[in-house]
Design a protein. Sequence first.
Length: 473
Amino acid sequence: MTTTTDTGSGLAALRARFAPALADRLPVHIARLDWRPDQLAEFQRSSLRALLRHAAGHSPFHAARLAAAGLTRAAIDSFELSDLAQLPVMTKTQMMADFDDVVTDRRLTRALVERHITNSATEPPLILGDYVVLASGGSSGLRGIYLQTPEEYVEFGVPCIRRAMAAFIAFGGQPADGLVVGMVGAASPIHSTGFGASVATGPPVRFISTPATLPTATIVDRLNAAQPPALLGYASKLGELAREQRAGRLRLRLLAVTSCAEMLTSEVREVIHDAFGVAPINMFASSEGLVGHTEPGGEVFTFATDTCIAECVDDAGQPVPDGTTSARVLVTNLHNQTQPLIRYELTDRFTPAGLSAAGFLRATVDGRADDGFRYGDLTVHPSVLTTTLLQTAAVREYQVRQKPRGVTVAVVADADFDHGNLAAGIEGSLRQAGLTDPEVSIARVDALTRDPLTGKAKRFVPWREGRQISQEA
């Protein structure tokens, strides 16, 4: 089987395909922000039934699982949202192992997609001329591969920008050349931020691509030249750019700043607000399809559950009440029929906080279950490690890597600091959390280690690759 891709002039055709789709879907999605809960529920119900019908008819993986759950065609036609809990959970491990049977186009195979990814490092070609290919998760665990048509990708991308577009329209109308956004994300188009920046280059949305892997001075020059009214990027890079703004090297007049993909800490939030004069919005966007935003300066996310249903559940798979932190989140992507994700497990921990006026899920995001550091039977939450770091004024950024008996902390600092005091503080926190005789080392670095494809800097890096962690190690 050969791989058909769009390259060169095909990129222009791909961009031309996205622009009208975005323009067509934006008003529809913006209108949903004012829905009533019954409108949202009816849309979820009809979309879920359509997804189940398509999955049962075109995906051998889902056909077998749905049949085992007793879901006949007649049952699908009367399926209710409350019935979703009766369906089995789908994991990333299962999805990747049975990839060829999960997807609904029988021409697609994992081997074909892997070859395609290898050849797509700099431009975003479509596989078989029909499908967007994204990959994520490789730096922190099992890598995931996600397929969808360009139109399905638009249904994922629009919730990422609809609130910003609605705010700009309310502020002064839609700009003639589109909403211009400086994007400080991935360089590679196999990551969602890199793909979006590659294809959304004209009205109604125009991204100015400044990959996070570029030197900070180069990013500053590009942004100064473009003068976007909005900035979207990784939290750690936004913190760097805020310091460039305060130093006078970056000269932006921003109406909005949005953080994505990395944890937005309180200190970075304050630095951004002080430098740009606007409180940052925090955005949650997973390649699996779930998107959420906070209000400027806020901590509670409102999730676009019109496009992706999210169930906050405990270790036993039961729904958690408002105010209780979940063990995981199960997502059902309502718009991707190419690679159906039905009750797909995300290891993120959400604390639900009720529903919005339109019925959308509201929740805080409390990190990922697999971000915890496990030492034998002991699990140490990343928050245990942050108190002392936040109390050290010179510390600008940090990255904590788990070791068999403790942690190594890489620190980017604005000035000299007492390494011994910082290490002692972290050791004390680890002892209080239950770790016997922790070993802590501190290294001052010029910059954090970033994933070469995505440009992300993972703040907490657990010990992985099958190595056993124990207090006796």
